[in-house]
Design a protein around this ligand. Sequence first.
Ligand code: MD6
Ligand code: FE
Length: 203
Amino acid sequence: MAFSRDLDLNGVRIIQGALDAEAQINLLEDIRGILRAAPLFQPMTPTGRPLSVRMSAAGEYGWVSDRKGYRYEPRHPSGNPWPPIPPSLFLLWEKYSNSDRKPECCLVNWYAPEAKMGLHQDNDEADLTKPVLSISLGDEARFRVGGQSRSDPTRSVWLKSGDIAVLQGASRLAFHGIDKLRPNSSRLMPNGGRVNLTLRVVT
Ligand code: MD6
Ligand code: FE
C-alpha cells in the first residue's frame, strides 16, 4: 500500500503496487475459496475453439462463453450458483471504482504460463458507464491497451502481482488484451501462472 504509483495508459488508470505482499496472499486464499465452490472451466468461442485462459466467477453473475455465445449467467456450468464475492474485493471496489453501484461479478481468469488473451472490448454489461476494475496476481503479464476501434494505436505495460487497472470513462470500451506472460516472475504461486480478477457491474 505504501509504495503504490499511478500510471495512465490510454486512459486506463493503473495503480502499480496497490496490494502489498500480505494482501496478495490473503486475496489468493479468497480466490482458492471461490474455486473450490466454482471450479475453473475452459471457455470456448462460439465457433468451438478453446480460449487459452481458464475461467470461473463469483457474484450474482459469471461470464461464460460456449457454442451459444458470450453472455452472463447466474450459474456455473455445473448448474450451481456462483459463490459470493469475498468482502476484500468489495473493499477494493469501494477504494478504486468511484462507482455508486456494487460489483455483481468477479470474473476469475487463470493463465497458465503460455496463455494469452487477444485484443477485445468488454461490452456485455448493460451499463457501460460503470468501470471495470482488474487485479493481477502471480506472474507478470504484458497488458496492451488501444482505443475504441480495433485499429487504433496501442500502448502496453507489464502488470505485476498486486497491480490494479481501472477501465473507466472513455477507456471503458478500449480494446485491450494480454500479449504474454513472463514465466517465473512471481513467487506468489508455487507453480507459477497468473490470476486476473475483474470486478464488474453487469445489469
Ligand atoms: C487480464 N484483463 O488482465 C485481462 N478487462 O488478464 C481484461 O481483459 C480486462 O484488465 C476489463 C477490464 C480490465 C481488464
Ligand atoms: Fe477485458
